[in-house]
Design a protein around this ligand. Sequence first.
Ligand code: TRP
Length: 459
Amino acid sequence: MEKTSIHGMWSSRMAFVLAATGSAVGLGNIWRFPYMASDNGGGAFVLVYLACIALVGLPILMSEVLLGRHGRRSPVNALTDLVRELGASKGWIGIGWIGMVAGVLILSFYSVVAGWTLHYSWLYLSQLFGAAPISDPGATFSGLLGNPLELSAWHAVFMVLTVGVVALGVEKGLERAVRFLMPALFVLLLTLVIYGATTGHLTEAMAFLFKPDWSQISGRTFIDAMGQAFFTLSLGMCTMMTYGAYLPKGVSIPQVGVTVALADTGVALMAGLAIFPIVISFGIDPQGGGPGLIFTSLPHAFNTMPFGIAYGLLFFALLSVAAWTSSISLMEPATAYLVERVGLTRRKAALVVAGICWIVGLATVFSFNIWSSVRVPEGVRVIGNKNIMDMIEFVANNLMLPLGGLLIALFAGWVVKRSLLKDELNTLPPGLLALWRWVVRVIAPLLVLAVLISPFVLD
Ligand code: TRP
């Protein structure tokens, strides 16, 4: 009989694609990608990012899913089984531990930012009922960041939402929710792209996003692009391994991997094409927008476009949903581990993980107000002048995820037996299988390594 997971299984290929796309598409695409491009000078960053997705992201995505599907347990336990089966060193189990720590760190700030999107949904909802419009988006945004109580309250609301779904188990509400919410988000973004085109600044936006200005390339461009590629595809912390554990055997891993990677990249590029024309047309500098970029630029558009308020509400509500389907995937690995290891019920396990993430998240909340002066000294390479949130993000996204991914690639490429790979990737023709194996053995690890050391050799 086929081995299944005690946590449940996806009901179909489509269910996995939706759940994995739901995990991949989130704040990373619509909030983070545009401001990362903005802070790194545009086109050159986008190009390096696309290369990272194709050469490193997709092959590692496939590795994670196949390891998970073979193991059928939470990452630490799946790796424990694999290591025993292969007679390999127990050190590889560390991948699962790095993943769980990275997951807690990422969810801690992810939930704070998702709280901003909830707050903005609320702002537009109250405007529908007559509240004053956002006349000065910059002031509204900094007002929110300056208020630790409000930030931690929305952070708590978002955590409760996340626990709600994770506690219910994966198949129930989630599969059904993503089925129409993801397409809705897509349609909305498309409308924004069209609106952006009507501002008359689409050409400038395209030039900013796609015309590489190589003088902008630095060690930071590479490390940011690689970090973004891992973050946006939910890679490097065993999220996709966990989702792979619930994937039925007959489904083609390369095929679903390509689908998820394309959908995710498409959404990020669309977000860029929606946002930059608006940014430019309102006279905001497209460079150096920082984490506030969408919150300070889009409200200008919602103030002037027809049905702008309803539109703003829809946009931020759907962005909250996209964040929600991602955050549950950040919580799932640690939750599944606690269920397996300590025998907690799913609900209790999810509550424990959420409680820890909420508390760690307070560091992010305070980094905008009472701890805002705590910063890395100006002169330090790459991380100079970062505040606490930026530091947590940097360590988790740009260091831990690539490191986790590097180890996953090496493990899948060098330790896992060929027969097992052939069995899990049986839909790949032999030539492509050999190519994939060569990429995860040599190319991807070398690229990740090069990126990790790039800040020390390039300025
Ligand atoms: N990919 C999601 C986004 O772009 C965030 C996310 C979900 C994630 N699960 C993850 C990031 C696991 C890294 C690792 O918003």
